[in-house]
Design a protein around this ligand. Structure first.
Ligand code: SF4
Length: 444
């Protein structure tokens, strides 16, 4: 484990924490790395078999990927397109057919769904009637908990207050708003055109509507975003008194407009691990106080506010998620699956009632068990179950090394990431995953 040896050397020489590892991962390491991927034909068969067996009462949520946006943000690499003609109507019919087809399965009828989450893309590209139609179809065909959390992601600058109020009337009780930054120059540089003042006014009015939870996304480091601007972003966010916040590190992916602009030197982006550490500690300390609670590596919630049900289920292998829409992933009875990312193919497949699932990952129990520890312990990780030590033979040594270099500390029966550990959480997750894979291969 060369990475850990280097980090131990850095620690011994009192190097700054941002120098401990080469790579700070943007996203969680590949969550499917420990599972076998099957062919498309076999995937469809396994998926159908999973739907026809009971889950033993596993809790469950629904995720709907709405792959449409009215315009694009320069950094975006998500599955999305600008809708043309009657495409939105076709999409809504496809999702409704998908719900209807799934509803006939044994799995679907076994237990109530606790959360419905519309992600994207921009789900609020759909009209209220479209969203209402989908929600009513779900309620008519699937068992839904009476206190079901119904959430949507939203571009607040593209919808009216009347539209937002209408969302509460059709059942939405949680909304997640992509703010990214409050600064006008930063927002312009990433393709967001609402000014800071308009944004604050709209958020203030949205907070007064009947959503139980209004949350925001923030992003760093963005073009034109200095550390001073980031501190202002955090203050602006705190002053609004919203219920929660997801904070992401910018990932510049090849092929995006931002990547192109940086390659052409049309814009510049301040980038260093030290600067990232400073951005990270600003938000982690601001939302780590008495009023706030760290929920996961990227999610913070106001104390007393309920943790988002969907986010909790999605991150945990003990729960199931029904993924609807193109590119949506889901998990049914330990079968992880992904729908086709081709939007036309998805819309057409549902017209002809074929299965849009094209990839399934499923493997033998030992791998699932090892993978389960990794997922449970790190992705939702603020505290790590000491059971992780049993995940594979080398794990105890790895965890001891992480404790020794002050990335993890013990707290009773739990292992807890330190502030430095939170900064390197995804690298730690990758190290743990590699340890499990190497041990499993060694044991095979
Ligand atoms: S709104 Fe979201 S999905 Fe659409 S372009 Fe912007 S970041 Fe991408």
């Amino acid at each position: 484990m060369k990475r850990l040896e280097k980090a131990k050397m850095m620690h011994r020489s009192n190097a700054p924490i941002w120098e401990y590892f080469e790579d700070r991962f943007h996203t969680h390491p590949n969550k499917y790395a420990l599972l076998d991927q099957h062919s498309e034909e076999r995937s469809k068969t396994i998926f159908n078999e999973s739907l026809q067996s009971v889950s033993g009462g596993r809790k469950r949520a629904i995720y709907i990927h709405v792959p449409y946006c009215k315009d694009y943000c320069t950094y975006c690499y998500f599955l999305k397109k600008i809708p043309k003609g009657q495409e939105l109507e076709l999409f809504v019919i496809a999702v409704k057919n998908h719900i209807y087809n799934i509803s006939k399965s044994i799995w679907a009828r076994e237990k109530e769904f606790d959360a419905i989450y519309f992600g994207g893309g921009t789900p609020t590209t759909l009209s209220r009637n479209h969203l209402k139609d989908i929600i009513e179809t779900i309620k008519r065909n699937l068992p839904i908990a009476s206190d079901c959390e119904i959430s949507t992601e939203c571009r607040i600058g593209q919808v009216s207050l009347k539209y937002l109020e209408g969302l509460t009337q059709i059942g939405f009780n949680r909304i997640s708003i992509g703010i990214q930054s409050f600064d006008d120059r930063v927002r312009m540089a990433i393709g967001r055109h609402l000014s800071r003042d308009e944004l604050v006014a709209k958020l203030t009015a949205t907070k007064k509507l009947k959503f139980k939870s209004v949350c925001a996304d923030l992003l760093y480091p963005l073009p034109n975003q200095t550390l001073e601007i980031w501190k202002n972003d955090i203050s602006n966010f705190l002053e609004l008194g919203l219920h929660g916040c997801s904070v992401y590190r910018l990932n510049v992916k090849e092929g995006t407009d931002l990547w192109q602009q940086l390659s052409n030197k049309a814009i510049t982006l301040q980038k260093s691990k030290e600067l990232e550490y400073n951005f990270f500690t600003e938000i982690d300390r601001a939302l780590g106080n008495d009023e706030w609670k760290r929920l996961t590596v990227v999610n913070y919630g106001r104390k007393g506010a309920k943790e988002a049900v969907y986010l909790r289920y999605q991150n945990d292998i003990r729960y199931d998620t029904l993924g609807l829409g193109p590119g949506a992933t889901g998990q049914i009875n330990n079968c992880l699956y992904s729908n086709t990312r081709n939007i036309d193919e998805y819309n057409n497949s549902m017209l002809f009632n074929t299965v849009p699932c094209v990839k399934v990952w499923k493997s033998n129990d030992d791998f699932i068990k090892a993978w389960r520890w990794q997922r449970l312990s790190i992705n939702t990780y603020i505290s790590i179950s000491s059971d992780l030590l049993k995940a594979s033979p080398s794990m105890e040594r790895v965890i001891n090394d992480l404790v020794q270099i002050n990335l993890i500390k013990t707290n009773g029966d739990e292992l807890v990431l330190t502030e430095q550990g939170r900064f390197w959480s995804r690298t730690i997750s990758d190290i743990i995953q590699h340890t499990i894979v190497e041990d499993c291969i060694g044991m095979a």
